[in-house]
Design a protein around this ligand. Structure first.
Ligand code: ATR
Length: 272
């Protein structure tokens, strides 16, 4: 029987998830479809009822519903309850179970490139929902320490507190006070700066060679942050690598078979 999947969020029309999952269905000859479904903020409850009525088999959750969706779950896996946000849901005859594949999706490029995290010092820019999954990822991989820099200092401090409760030493600072970067091994942009082609959120002049610089913004692919880091000789990780990592894991949760990584990557990069 044919199965239906969706991504819910707002805005949703530029989501690349339908392309990635549809390419995987074609590659494996699965009788499935994947749609983008706009649910505005404040309308999540009705939206979920609608999805249950059409017997949706599973869905992804994106901005702005990743945290609020927690309320409508009947069950959740460990990563979801640890992070307090959900990006993947299964529907088993009306029973909704939540997962968070952002954490392992974020780690995927480190594993693929054999880049170590344990004992590394981290600078994380941003303290929103995505940053929370990233802190959990660094804690899981035994990073040494994380500095969380954010425009709203209070949110940086709250996230630093969360980090400490899950075993990763942390401090919060104002993003405008970021200056010397020599002490950091890995620098991650988890703010939305770059989406509109803005220049890098911080100056990267003082990074040491071989620093890993990772941007979770995937559109445009070459953000100013990554371009500048590359010029400085840094090791770059692109936002699309995380997007692909979380999609592969969501696919495997829903379908129980290995995801066709290369077909999904090709759909994302258009054969680049
Ligand atoms: P997501 O779920 O993608 O993490 P979010 O929770 O809205 O989205 O978080 C967006 C992040 O980008 C926040 O850290 C935000 O900073 P504030 O907490 O101060 O709002 C950051 N951000 C967005 N626009 C910014 C800007 N123009 N300058 C600095 N930081 C910005």
């Amino acid at each position: 029987m044919s199965k239906t999947f969706a991504v819910i969020g707002d805005p949703i029309d530029h989501s690349l998830s339908p392309n990635i999952h549809s390419a995987a269905f074609r590659e494996l000859n699965l009788d499935c479809s994947y749609i983008a479904y706009r649910i505005p903020k404040g309308e999540l409850k009705d939206g979920i009822e609608g999805l249950k009525k059409i017997k949706i088999d599973g869905f992804n959750v994106t901005i702005p519903h990743k945290v609020e969706m927690m309320k409508y779950l009947d069950k959740m896996d460990e990563s979801c309850s640890l992070i307090g946000a959900v990006n993947t849901v299964t529907n088993d005859h009306g029973v909704l179970k939540g997962y968070n594949t952002d954490m392992d999706g974020f780690l995927d490029p480190f594993n693929k490139k054999k880049l170590r995290i344990n004992e590394k010092k981290i600078l994380l820019l941003g303290a929103g929902g995505a940053a929370r999954a990233i802190v959990a990822a660094f804690a899981k991989k035994n990073a040494k320490q994380i500095t969380i820099a954010n425009r709203t200092l209070e949110k940086a401090n709250n996230l630093a507190q969360f980090s400490k409760t899950i075993g990763l030493d942390a401090n919060g600072i104002d993003i405008s006070n970021v200056d010397k970067l020599e002490g950091y091994d890995i620098i991650v942009n988890a703010t939305s700066i770059g989406l509109k082609n803005e220049s890098s959120p911080i100056s990267l002049d003082s990074i040491k060679p071989n620093t890993i610089v990772y941007d979770i913004v995937y559109m445009p692919m070459n953000t100013d942050f990554l371009k500048t880091a590359k010029e400085k000789g840094a090791t770059i990780i692109y936002g699309y690598e995380m997007l692909l990592g979380q999609a592969v894991r969501a696919f495997e949760i829903w379908h129980g078979v290995e995801a066709p990584y290369n077909a999904m990557k090709k759909a994302l990069l258009g054969g680049v």
